[in-house]
Every structure is written in structure tokens, then in C-alpha cells.
Ligand binder design. Sequence first.
Ligand SMILES: [Fe+2]
Length: 209
Amino acid sequence: MTARIERLVTSGQFSLDGGTWDVDNNVWIVGDDHEVIVIDAAHDARAIAEAVGERRLTAIVCTHAHNDHIDAAPELADLTGATIWLHPDDLPLWKQTHPDREPDAHLQDGQVIEAAGADLRVLHTPGHAPGAVCLYDPGLATVFTGDTLFAGGPGATGRSYSHFPTIIDSIRARLLELPPETKVLTGHGDSTTIGAEAPHLEEWIARGH
Ligand SMILES: [Fe+2]
């Protein structure tokens, strides 16, 4: 059996720099009937554990450490025994949400996370956050982009720890190089493809976000 992708949407709040906003997050579950990984344990550990069901959860991979993407990670890890993975450049953000609990393991560029036949290659794509990563599986023709690339452009770079020229460099060098048919599964909202987004790079640069 080959890996499949399931989407769960959870709701909560994003807080940074003294502001708070209501948000819906995409939680991606990749695997088969026996074993899965979760990409971004957002807001509701029990809902995610219920979606995982009886399957073994081997890893919780964090695309970055904004609180809305990691707030349920420790509770989900405690419920399931899964390993929490985060790029170390996002540890300062992680500590704002979970000062008493470190991630279990550090992601690095080029690493491959395996789950039930899926091979998710870690692409370090700083800009939205310093330790932001995307996860690319050529076999699934899919890249999970967190908040680095959405349908319609780059993730936000107006707040602390973000940098617009850096996210543009990441998107250009690491994402727009992928095959155009690659599905882009995002941290919030609708999915897109590399081919649908690539022609708009110069517009994004001109508008500055
Ligand atoms: Fe974010």
C-alpha cells in the first residue's frame, strides 16, 4: 500500500509581537493504514489523535515554530509517543510557546523523513521564520510548504523573525525549481501547484509581500 495524504483543519489563535488573530490551520497526515506522520500539530491534540486513530504516529514534523503550528505538539507527543522534529533555527520561537519542553529532534536540510513508503525531503526555506522548512516527496508529487508559500504568494514577513528578501530567495531557489505539476499543500487555506504560482514571482517582488 502506498502512502496517502489526509487533511484536518483545526482552529485557534496565532500570537506574535503582542497581537493575536483567529486562524484555521491545515494539519497534514501522511501514511497508510498502519503508520503515519503529522505535519504541524495545530491547536487540538485530541482531534489530531482521533484522526490518527489506531495507527502508529512516528513523527510530528513542525514546518516552523509559530505558535499556531506547534501549540498542540507536546500534548500530541505525550498521547502517542511520537518524536517532535523542528529546525533548530526556530528554537527561539518555539521557546515563546513551550518554554519548558524542547523538541525531541532537529531537522536539517536534505534529511528524509520516512513514513509508510513516503519519503519527505526536508528543504530549509527561511524567510517566514528562520527555521521554516518545506517537505517534498517526489513520489507523491507534493510539497508541504507550511507558511512559506500559499495559493497567491509568499507567507507573511511583516513581523519579528521574518525577512521578505530571504523568503523570496527560498521560494525561488528551493520551491520554484520543483516540477510544475507538484502539488503545494499549505499551512493555511487552499492548495495550489508550483506551476500555478511560479509565473507570479516578479509580481510578488514588485509588491513587496
Ligand atoms: Fe507562520
